[in-house]
Design a protein around this ligand. Sequence first.
Ligand code: PDD
Length: 282
Amino acid sequence: MNPYPDKVYLNGKIVPSKEATISVFDRGFLFGDGIYEVMVQIGNRFFYEEEHLQRLKYCLSEINIAYNVDLLRKEIPLLVQQTNLVGKDCLLYIQVSRGVAPRQHAYPKNTTPTVMMYALPKVLPDINTVRASVVTAEDMRWLRCDIKMTSLLGNVMANEYAMQNGCYETVLVRNGVVTEASHCNVFFVKNAVVYTHPANTFILDGITRKIVLQLCKKLNIKVEETAVLKADIKHMDEAFLTGTSTQIASIQQIDDHLFYQDKAVGSITQRLQNAFLELKSR
Ligand code: PDD
């Protein structure tokens, strides 16, 4: 399968990818000065589209990029249509950069944002059967991890570290506490209580994270939005990752700590995976 889409959306037009060009002076290129979103279409609807668009709005406003996200409500279906993905499972990538301006750090005035989107076929498994081994590393990113910005070098380096260690993910630790992972949120379970880092500026408030919290409520599973200490990982009963394409993935091992000897999945992780599947099938 071609890993590149044949066509992309660029500034109001859907064009062959080969003809889609942007200026070398685009601030997305020069500074990583932009915001992105990733969501999936399952069947004929985008899963939690409204939440993804709201997060895009929030992030753009946090960095003062004036772009009307509501315009995308008309543009996304056009892109899906023109890439022959109507009613098909696919992944949608959206990126809005501040646009083109002479290179200077401060926000330039009256710049038109550069908007790029593409959709690619992607069928997610009903349930993610990965039994993830993960490593921990120092969270070296900045202090506004709630902003889904395109400057992802900290996340890229963390993910590369996982790959070099033959692992699925790198779980990040700041001042001794687990924040999130390079491209996922992290959850733990101890004595039937689910723990995850509070949604503040140290993590991205994942849409899947929000869904999992709602599912916990529905299933009467107790939740504490409290960060877990790295030193306490070994005392946890279960751990799992969440993210748009990861969905809910059981963690089998963190560093040297093995949660399960066999390929088992913790009972709460499993209940959440089943409830998540039900939500997708609706
Ligand atoms: N990653 N934390 C980080 C740092 C992320 O990059 C992501 C998503 C998440 C999970 O968020 P959500 O549930 O809304 O997908 C948490 C996306 C998918 C990516 O960069 O490709």
